[in-house]
Write a protein that binds this ligand. Structure first.
Ligand code: AMP
Ligand code: MG
Length: 346
């Protein structure tokens, strides 16, 4: 049975936090909100409990979990060889939507790190997540709370549809503020390397970390050195999804059959509504709004009577880099470059 705990994210009810924390301490699984997406968590030092996460998520064993802490003082429990330089940056950037890959402390079980000698660590900027970690008295290993390869959960209803009856508790803390996963930066190399673009922009991170190397294969499926989880097709709705390289193609679509839906900004929808079905992601003037609505839109199209979703493209700067990464990972192909190519799908 799954207990559902509704908790106020501004002023969390401590008796409910304590109830969830007791479940973590006794080896159970709790789904909880963070500022990025919902996480599915267990005591990071309990190998059996962490093993259960892989099972209910249907996650491949070679895709390591992220470990969440609530205070910098916990860092030495999960990581080793942490430099003073890193600590100074972490003091500024945490709590926040950035995950760092650090040398691992051997106390962290193999199942969590997929036997790598590194560990992914984050301090989430969310009152419920921070209090839950504190009350549990341990670090919490938690990947995104979605069935593997599916869009991440940004609302409690998404989590309920994936995990009701499969986990011990689900905390309903409302909508996720960013709606996109954290940025992952590998700090175990000589220079910081981007493993996954995310909610914290590269431009902002570079102010504190110096130049961050961006591998050119970051958006593509790759067996190479990206975050292990990024080699898989990811975030994908069941319905077919294609992305256009040039948004002017959407204006030239003409009237197309109603089994197609275009996922786009309000600005583009205003121009094509009436000719094509659209699902609005928000205003182009606020890419954070687009990010927040993206996974919800992916889940919505699976419940709609459509065969194909066509997604517009966004500028690859700021949060746009992460938005495009998720859209490309979720689509079958790389960007569709011409109206003729797009027509093949229609
Ligand atoms: P999720 O929380 O579901 O977004 O998954 C955690 C992400 O962190 C996945 O993409 C993992 O591949 C990545 N990750 C976790 N641990 C490591 C690690 N030690 N090195 C590189 N990537 C990692
Ligand atoms: Mg995930």
């Amino acid at each position: 049975m799954t207990i559902r705990l509704t908790i106020n994210q501004v002023n969390p009810e401590m008796e409910r936090i304590n109830e969830a924390a007791a479940i973590i301490r006794s080896g159970g699984i709790v789904v909880f909100p963070t500022e990025t997406v919902y996480g599915i968590g267990a005591d990071a030092f309990n190998a059996d409990a962490c093993g259960k996460i892989f099972k209910v998520k249907e996650r491949p064993a070679d895709n390591p979990l992220m470990v969440h802490i609530s205070k910098l003082g916990q860092l030495d429990d999960v990581a080793s060889d942490v430099t003073d330089e890193f600590m100074s940056a972490a003091k500024i950037l945490w709590p926040g939507p950035v995950t760092f890959i650090l040398k691992r402390n051997k106390k962290v079980p193999d199942v969590v790190t997929a036997k790598l000698d590194t560990v992914a660590v984050r301090m989430p900027a969310h009152p419920i997540a921070l209090r839950l970690i504190d009350a549990s008295g341990t670090a919490i290993a938690a990947p995104s709370a979605n069935i593997s390869k599916k869009p991440s959960a940004t609302r409690a209803e998404h989590v309920m549809s994936d995990f009701d009856g499969k986990v011990d508790a689900i905390i309903d803390g409302g909508h996720s503020a960013f709606g996109l996963e954290s940025t992952i930066i590998d700090m175990s190399k000589e220079r910081p390397v981007l493993l996954r673009p995310g909610a914290f922009t590269i431009e902002e991170l570079e102010k504190y970390l110096g130049t961050i190397t961006i591998p050119e294969y970051i958006d593509r499926e790759s067996e190479s050195a990206v975050a292990p989880g990024m080699k898989y097709r990811h975030y994908a709705p069941d319905k077919k999804l294609v992305v256009v390289s040039d948004n002017s193609m959407l204006l030239k679509l003409g009237s197309v059959k109603d089994k197609i839906i275009v996922l786009c900004s309000d600005e583009i929808a205003d121009k094509i509504d009436g000719k094509v079905r659209t699902l609005r992601l928000g205003s182009e003037g606020n890419l954070y709004e687009i990010a927040k609505n993206l996974f919800d839109a992916f889940r919505k199209i699976d419940r709609m009577d459509v065969e194909l979703a066509v997604v517009q493209s966004f500028p690859r700067r700021g949060i746009g880099l992460a938005i495009m990464n998720r859209i490309l990972k979720a689509s079958d192909s790389s960007e569709v470059g011409s109206i003729e190519e797009l027509r093949k799908y229609l």
